[in-house]
Design a protein around this ligand. Structure first.
Ligand SMILES: [Zn+2]
Ligand SMILES: [Zn+2]
Ligand SMILES: [Zn+2]
Length: 289
């Protein structure tokens, strides 16, 4: 049992003996070393947790600490991602259909930066969970209250054709290049190499399938559209570049109504996209245990 205060003095009682720990910078810190010696002499069942972990490691890896070749294998694991964030300006949903570091909110036009660090905060645990603790076909949902409020749906799932839902047989069907053609319905799906920075998000990331090529909001209207200024009734022409336009008659800042804005910028639909990454698996996992 431990008593005391870590910043001043800690006392460990073992049977009838008492050991005292003083902070490491204390002149009496030789006691700490003595205590550690004592702990290592305790009977095995009372040894610290670290010792158990070390024992397990030795059983698994052998005494020399080197993994034996037959114990592990590298496997390509496919993960499905479906995500959106809440726009920090208007609270509208912003779908994230690929590994983009900057994009515009489709509702208000705000530029949103999503740095590789923010991506890593969101997904690095997901990657490990999918590699180590998730069976094929399973996954989870989470809402993350971080830099951006994020809704995430993920799973350990092979990429499939978005049209006919047939699983791709990556080894035989994908022959390189920037797309894969479904042998069933002939639909093409985008394939891109994982960007370098994505390796810190999904360690071992190789390929990304089904992501949008880019997530910029391009105006789809070919010529400017006119509408009526809500303040002075004058006619305003807009090319839809910005959500807010200045009225040339009265100088008011006019916020484009939804109907008009979405004519220029149809909101993208949420899409599933897939990340293939290499992970080391232990042989026992490999055998399906
Ligand atoms: Zn917005
Ligand atoms: Zn298909
Ligand atoms: Zn006006």
């Amino acid at each position: 049992m431990w008593r005391g205060n870590i910043s001043e003095r800690l006392v460990l009682e073992v049977g009838k003996k008492k050991y005292v720990i003083t902070p490491y910078n204390s002149p009496q810190n030789t006691e700490t070393a003595m205590l550690m010696d004592e702990i290592h002499r305790l009977p095995q069942k009372k040894k610290p947790v670290e010792y158990e972990i070390e024992l397990e490691r030795r059983v698994r890896e052998g005494d020399d600490g080197k993994m034996e070749q037959e114990d592990t294998a590298t496997e390509t694991i496919w993960s499905m991602l479906e995500m959106s964030i809440c726009c920090p300006r208007c609270d509208g949903p912003v779908v994230i259909n690929g590994p983009f570091t900057s994009f515009r909110c489709p509702e208000c036009g705000e530029m949103i930066e999503m740095t590789p660090e923010i991506w890593a905060d969101l997904l690095e645990d997901v990657r490990d969970e999918l590699a180590d603790d998730t069976a094929e076909g399973e996954g989870g949902r989470s809402t993350i209250w971080g830099t951006y409020n994020t809704y995430l749906y993920y799973g350990r799932l092979k990429p499939y054709c978005p049209k006919c839902k047939r699983d791709f047989d990556m080894e035989n069907e994908y022959t390189g290049g920037d797309s894969i053609t479904c042998i069933g319905c002939k639909t093409k799906t985008a394939v891109l190499p994982a960007p370098d920075w994505f390796d810190n998000v999904f360690k071992g990331a190789l390929l990304i399938i089904g992501a949008q090529r880019e997530q910029t909001l391009k105006s789809v209207a070919e010529s400017p559209i006119s509408f009526t200024c809500s303040k002075c009734g004058g006619t305003i022409l807009t090319c839809g570049c910005d959500r807010t336009v200045e009225c040339e008659h009265c100088g008011a800042s006019v916020y484009l109504p939804d109907e008009l804005w979405f004519r220029f910028h149809p909101a993208p639909k949420k899409k599933r996209w897939f990340v293939g990454f290499e992970a080391e698996v232990y042989e026992e996992d490999y055998d399906g245990e």
